[in-house]
Design a protein around this ligand. Structure first.
Ligand SMILES: Nc1ncnc2c1ncn2[C@@H]1O[C@H](COP(=O)(O)OP(=O)(O)OP(=O)(O)O)[C@@H](O)[C@H]1O
Length: 256
């Protein structure tokens, strides 16, 4: 799906947390939203999955304003993983993933055998098959995060909205989650703190500072010494990985 932000200003009470965000994300692009704490990443994402209505501007999905489009269509096509989502702790992991199929069902329909296969496949792809019968309340933070990704995959969305999807994950699962998401071929917009992961997996990086876009483009164009300094207040260098040539990020404190 194509995602467009047209002059989006949004915030809380009277205060805008993001201002005049204008951005076009082509179908299949993987956009990493990066920026310091409080720079507005989650706020931008909330305007996409209808958790926060823009005070000005529009968010368009394949040309339709997400705030006036058919609610059911958006629920079917957009899968979101919020930052503090714990999602129904009484459910088992499999039951939680089955919820991903609900937007596709009619009012009183039950999941079909094909839906159940999709659920099983999503559990396997995220390494959650052995967790299927465990209540969510008994899972570790990272295990729960993977189950919630499985739920998003089971939804078979056209757009994935991910707010810090790797923050509880161990290194293996950080890499496998972003590799999996990048390989889906759907449009992805993800808030990420780990610039190295963003540089390796995203097609486009959007750096936010104080609620405004400071830089946007391919990793090599955005992750420059100037942006590391001015946006993140660190010294940084982008170097090619000696093994696969992909961009890697090295960071140092400004005064070192
Ligand atoms: N519910 C809220 N009510 C009031 N202000 C809020 C609320 N949520 C966020 N803010 C403020 O809006 C600004 C942007 O917050 P946001 O959560 O979008 O930043 P972020 O870039 O996602 O940060 P982080 O990296 O810390 O998760 C911050 O100044 C924050 O304090």
């Amino acid at each position: 799906m194509k995602l467009v932000f047209e002059g989006v200003t949004a915030g809380y009470a009277e205060l805008p947390a993001v201002r005049d965000v204008t951005l076009t994300i082509a179908p299949g692009e993987f956009v990493a939203l990066v920026g310091p704490n409080g720079s507005g990443k989650s706020t931008v994402l909330k305007t996409v999955y209808r958790a926060l209505s823009p005070a000005a501007g529009r968010v368009l999905l394949d040309g339709a304003d997400v705030w006036t489009a058919n609610r059911r269509t958006i629920a079917r096509r957009v899968a979101a993983l919020g930052q503090e989502e714990h999602g129904g702790h009484d459910f088992t992991a499999r039951e939680a993933v089955r919820l991903g199929r609900y937007p596709h069902l009619g009012g009183f329909d039950r999941l079909s055998a094909q839906d159940e296969e999709i659920v099983t496949a999503a559990l396997h792809r995220t390494g959650c098959a052995t967790l299927a019968t465990r209540p969510l309340s008994t899972l570790s933070g990272g295990e729960r995060q993977r189950v919630l990704l499985a739920r998003a995959l089971a939804q078979q969305p056209g757009l994935l909205v991910l707010d810090e999807p790797t923050n509880h994950l161990d290194p293996q699962h950080q890499i496998s989650m972003l590799g999996l998401v990048a390989a889906l071929g759907v449009t992805v917009i993800a808030a990420l703190h780990t610039l190295d992961l963003a540089a390796q997996h995203a097609t486009t990086i959007v750096a936010l500072k104080d609620g405004r876009i400071a830089a946007a483009g391919p990793p090599e164009a955005v992750l420059t010494p100037r942006v590391f300094r001015e946006v993140f207040a660190v010294d940084g260098t982008l170097v090619p990985d000696p093994v696969d040539g992909r961009p890697r990020v090295l960071l140092r404190g400004l005064d070192r």
